[in-house]
Design a binder for this molecule. Structure first.
Ligand SMILES: [Zn+2]
Ligand SMILES: [Zn+2]
Length: 121
């Protein structure tokens, strides 16, 4: 089971679903949404998050027709990305996990817009 929280600690969640894979996404929406070089996510099945607290703080932004980005409305932490076309899957922001994610990151997405200022692998 994966557990995590936002920066202010107002939102605490866990996800019981099956971990599918993890990715670093360099699309420009992830860069803006995270204020960072990539959006790093782990995809989990069974639709999702159970909130131990702070469910009322989670707000969604529709960044595209089907894309929904969940964040804490107090501190702004990005918590997840989900597609309304794939209701069984949720992509949890890796940096919100506690303890730190220790699985593999299998994929890099939208490498054509990967920022040049990121450290080279
Ligand atoms: Zn917060
Ligand atoms: Zn992205």
């Amino acid at each position: 089971m994966l557990k995590g929280s936002c920066l202010c600690g107002g939102v605490v969640y866990h996800a019981d679903g099956k971990v599918r894979d993890a990715s670093h996404c360099y699309c420009t929406m992830c860069q803006k949404g995270h204020g960072a070089g990539a959006g790093s996510y782990v995809n989990v099945g069974n639709a999702g998050l159970t909130y131990e607290r702070g469910a009322e703080l989670v707000t969604e932004f529709a960044s595209s027709e089907a894309g929904r980005r969940g964040f804490c409305r107090v501190c702004g932490s990005t918590l997840y990305w989900r597609s309304t076309r794939e209701p069984d899957n949720i992509a949890i922001a890796l940096g919100t996990l506690e303890p730190e994610y220790d699985g593999p990151v299998q994929r890099e997405l939208y490498t054509d817009t990967k920022p040049a200022w990121l450290p080279k692998a």
